[in-house]
Design a protein around this ligand. Structure first.
Ligand code: FE2
Ligand code: FE2
Length: 146
């Protein structure tokens, strides 16, 4: 049986690994840190775009989705704002680290929110054929690298 949760959960795992190695690179001042920052930013953008697309296509299925989608969109906006702040940051290292950890915490709690609230709802509301089509058309990092 096709599962929206399973596919996005796989991508969350990839994103979590990228987050961890970005923190690691940041703490130990590795030269790859900016590349990792950009890679993470781009991968998250692709992931969030896939989620927004899913919500745009199927939000009409049930009004119970409205509030969950609203929260998801607000959190995506916050995540993007963190990336913008970090990308143009001019404060000291301690403040930068603080911002990085705030971003990581936000992304992780956002992922858990989606895994518990958003994807199971889609799995419940979409037909088997709709789910298969959605999954087939997703362009996620976890799918590309598999
Ligand atoms: Fe998301
Ligand atoms: Fe997500």
């Amino acid at each position: 049986m096709a599962s929206i949760l399973k596919v996005f959960l796989e991508d969350h795992k990839v994103l979590d690994t990228m987050l961890e190695s970005f923190i690691e690179a940041q703490i130990s001042h590795q030269s790859t840190v900016m590349d990792q920052f950009n890679d993470l930013k781009n991968s998250l953008a692709v992931h969030m775009q896939a989620e927004e697309g899913l919500c745009n296509s199927f939000s009409h299925k049930n009004s119970a989705l409205d509030e969950i989608i609203k929260i998801m969109r607000e959190q995506h906006k916050q995540i993007n704002e963190y990336f913008e702040d970090l990308g143009s940051f001019e404060g000291n290292k301690e403040e930068y680290s603080h911002l990085v950890f705030a971003l990581v915490n936000l992304v992780k709690s956002h992922e858990r929110f989606e895994e518990n609230q958003l994807y199971p709802k889609f799995d419940m509301l979409l037909t088997e054929q709709e789910k298969e089509e959605v999954i087939y058309n997703l362009q996620l990092k976890s799918k590309v690298t598999n």
